[in-house]
Design a protein around this ligand. Sequence first.
Ligand SMILES: Nc1ncnc2c1ncn2[C@@H]1O[C@H](COP(=O)(O)OP(=O)(O)OP(=O)(O)O)[C@@H](O)[C@H]1O
Length: 276
Amino acid sequence: MSDIKQKPLINRYQTYDFVTRGVIPGAIDASHGTVLYLDDVNVSFDGFKALNNLSLFIDDGELRCLIGPNGAGKTTLMDVITGKTRPDSGSVYFGQTLNLLEMDEPAIAQAGISRKFQKPSVFDNLTVFENLELAMKTDKGVWTTLFAQLNGEQLDNIGRVLETIGLAELYSQQAGVLSHGQKQWLEIGMLLIQEPRVMLVDEPVAGMTHQEIDKTAELLLSLRGKHSVVVVEHDMEFVRSIASKVTVLHEGSVLMEGTMDEVQNDPRVIQVYLGD
Ligand SMILES: Nc1ncnc2c1ncn2[C@@H]1O[C@H](COP(=O)(O)OP(=O)(O)OP(=O)(O)O)[C@@H](O)[C@H]1O
């Protein structure tokens, strides 16, 4: 057993530890600048092509926006990256060496790819601090976690995340009394506390006030360089405020990529998405 722990089983998996079922920290190879590679990915549901020869590359540390009309394949794409949906063909790599198609959902999450769904799912009866504490140690039960002593480093981590999400002053508030926007930031914090390399964020500003939208833009922009963040969003004003690069999906393929100005002035994009 200890032998296995020390030696990677096969070269191809050298970043993956089968004993802990996790990736050795820092072992994602993004030395070429790309952290996620999707190449020629196809997904069919009963003959309907939800993803159609889709290729997409996400740079290490970039903030990318993904837009497209309803049914374009945005959710399916997220499902493929996180292991929820298996493509019929194509390849999906995390860094240069980690084949995500050979890993299950928990292993992919543990390897450093986190996902935030549209609706916040914080624990209303716990405080802001306790929600973060719980998210830090997902492998333990609620009560074990809340009664275990935090060490200095863990406390520092929670403090840093509280500052990043702008909830430091509300750390002892019950999450149930937070506004919708604050709950969304807390949930982003619950991802951040696990130090993901890649974060997939689904419609973060739906239902937010203008002020909350502005603060969310600031928060996501502050993550650049530290995490790669892929944001799926329909709110074009918000996308403009955060995006340096926008990918437009249409009928399961990438229609175009570019700056928001390039995208908004592209006749194909105007026809399929922005026209009305
Ligand atoms: N499990 C499934 N079974 C059958 N069809 C599905 C399934 N999941 C998605 N689809 C279909 O695949 C297509 C792509 O759906 P997907 O949810 O990925 O689009 P989307 O871009 O996320 O749309 P929206 O903006 O409305 O969320 C849609 O036509 C959808 O009906």
